[in-house]
Design a protein around this ligand. Structure first.
Ligand code: FBP
Length: 553
């Protein structure tokens, strides 16, 4: 038997032609950009104006179709920054197709391994064959991605040198909030130093936390949550069939709980914890454990010794007492980095920390299982944050719920059984073939980025509005990045950043969940979304995320 490296589905999917908004279909990427009103960020306007004197206040860039005309050739650099998200390859395809339509001489350079590729001048010329091989596929493997932060003047100079070498006119940065913040700093630096290179961003992250009144969603969220929801649905059905396990499923998403919330809205699990709510209600770890144990007890009284709990990846950081412990650990580890790294085993590291922490956090730290203690002291990411995807919160909760139920049993208050399974869904969804929504959205974002670049815009992020409507009616354009910024305290300093969007407790998605959750907890209302459909009736293939639908009602 011959084994082909391309599956039948991949082959057919490669033929899918992403839908473009009407305004970009009329004359392709030939658009006129309107908008003259200066924009303002929501807060910290004066300070941001000082930090970004050249890019601050730029108008919104709205596109209207324009006459086809000859356009001077341009060279564009593309980088993927940060975690993978389904649809990145379609951003590249949209960008490439639009650039080709503008002028077949245009060249697209894909810099390898993320921002570091631009610094080290590692690139691949993206030609038609390369792009065609990646259309509608998941992953960032066409050019790779990386988490190097572009933030220092030295790095900006290296990037400028690389661009000069290739005659690159514009850089398209596909990234999340931090990468787009840095894109804006790069744009500002180039303008300040009269370096004629534009910088345009693109909103990427499965976490769904790069959104605001202008960016309705980040790409990748739709596909990733559909993949996780399929898996959660399968587990719900297994739980109900076997009737003997409680499944604790941690879902990726870094800080915000958008992914967990979307999966809950799609599948109706018995419990879905929302980190933002835990923080707002100042809940302790014990409160959360008690809540779960109580749900287990109540269901067991009805003979239902099974259930499913969704746990957002960032939960642990949002529980105020643990948040404060993590902050103290961050400081402590930064202060004693050398000493700490020289300790030869886990026990010595734990003892070292307990000795150095203040009494209350030391007590909390000591009460945690050893594996969690070790995970809380692991290496920080380049931003100095705990790598939450490596903390096994789902196992911590299982262990603590088990203890609590033992107590309840001893007190004669629980007579059921509790047997738990743990899961973590994250990497399973980040490189899936994009849903129709993400395939279309990303293609339009890439196309819009080309329009912005061709029209001399810099310090903008490509944006597509009207996503609640059919693609024909979407509104492509660009948003000045400074408009999305505010000042935040990071490592003891006020710095400009794009504000991370957390789950809003007065927002429609959370309200819809809160209205149903007690029923979902006590009875079985499981919903099984099944796999993403790439072919079939549009109400199945083109269904947007429930979060998006509720937010844009
Ligand atoms: P981005 O914010 O870069 O899009 O990353 C998303 C994410 O998948 C998070 O949900 C997760 O916490 C993190 O990346 C995992 O990082 P890594 O890929 O380095 O393991």
């Amino acid at each position: 038997m011959q084994f082909a490296d391309v599956s039948p589905l991949q082959r057919r999917r490669a033929e899918y032609q992403p839908k473009l908004p009407g305004v970009l279909r009329e004359n392709g990427p030939f658009v006129q950009i309107s908008g003259t009103q200066p924009t303002q960020p929501k807060s910290d306007g004066e300070a941001l104006k000082k930090l970004f004197p050249n890019t601050f206040g730029a108008p919104l860039a709205d596109f209207t179709a324009a006459e086809k005309k000859s356009a001077p050739p341009i060279n564009v650099a593309l980088i993927f920054s940060g975690g993978q998200a389904p649809g990145g390859h379609n951003v590249a395809a949209g960008l490439y197709d639009a650039m080709q339509a503008l002028n077949p001489e245009n060249q697209l350079f894909g810099f390898l391994g993320g921002p570091s590729g631009l610094i080290d001048n590692k690139y691949q010329l993206l030609d038609r064959d390369t792009i065609d091989a990646c259309r509608n596929t998941g992953g960032f493997d066409m050019i790779g991605s990386g988490r190097t932060k572009l933030e220092t003047p030295e790095q900006f100079e290296q990037v400028a040198a690389t661009c000069r070498k290739h005659g690159i006119n514009a850089i398209v940065v596909v990234g999340g909030d931090d990468s787009n913040t840095n894109a804006c700093m790069l744009a500002e630096y180039f303008l300040t130093h009269q370096i004629d290179i534009q910088v345009v961003g693109c909103p990427k992250t499965i976490d769904g936390d790069l959104k605001n009144e202008h960016i309705q969603t980040s790409f990748g969220f739709d596909t990733a949550t559909k993949i996780y929801s399929e898996l959660v649905g399968n587990i719900l059905r297994d739980a109900k069939s076997a009737r003997k396990y409680w499944h604790f499923i941690k879902l990726m998403g870094r800080s915000a709980s958008h992914i967990a919330l979307e999966c809950a809205l799609r599948t109706h699990p018995n419990i879905c914890l929302i980190s933002e709510e835990a923080a707002a209600q100042k809940r302790t770890l014990r409160d959360i454990v008690d809540e779960i144990a109580e749900a287990v007890r109540r269901r067991s009284e009805k003979g239902m010794n099974y259930g499913v709990v969704l746990v957002p990846e960032g939960l642990i950081e949002f529980i105020p007492e643990i948040k404060s412990l993590i902050e103290q650990l961050n400081d402590l580890l930064a202060q004693h980095e050398q000493e700490f790294s020289e300790l030869s085993n886990a026990q010595k590291r734990i003892d070292f920390i307990i000795e150095k922490l203040a009494e209350e956090p030391a007590r909390l730290f000591a009460s945690l299982p050893d594996n969690i203690k070790a995970q809380l002291t692991m290496d920080r990411d380049p931003h100095g944050n705990v790598q939450v995807s490596r903390i096994e919160t789902e196992k911590l909760l299982i262990e603590m719920v088990e203890q609590r139920l033992k107590q309840l049993k001893a007190e004669g208050k629980f007579s059921g059984s509790f047997s738990a399974q743990n899961h973590f869904f994250g990497y399973e969804g980040r490189c899936a073939a994009p849903s129709n929504f993400d395939a279309d959205y990303c293609y339009s974002l890439g196309y819009s980025a080309a329009c912005l670049a061709a029209n001399g815009k810099t310090g903008y992020i490509a944006a597509v509005g009207g996503l609640e409507q059919e693609a024909e009616k979407w509104r492509p354009g660009g948003i000045p990045l400074t408009m999305m910024m505010n000042l935040e305290r990071r490592k003891g300093k006020e710095v400009p950043v794009i504000q991370k969007a957390l789950v809003e407790l007065d927002g429609e998605p959370f309200k819809a969940f809160a209205a149903h959750r007690s029923q979902w907890r006590d009875e079985d209302h499981y919903c099984y979304p099944g796999p993403i459909q790439y072919f079939g009736p549009p109400e199945v293939t083109d269904e947007p995320a429930i979060t998006l639908k509720l937010e844009l009602l």
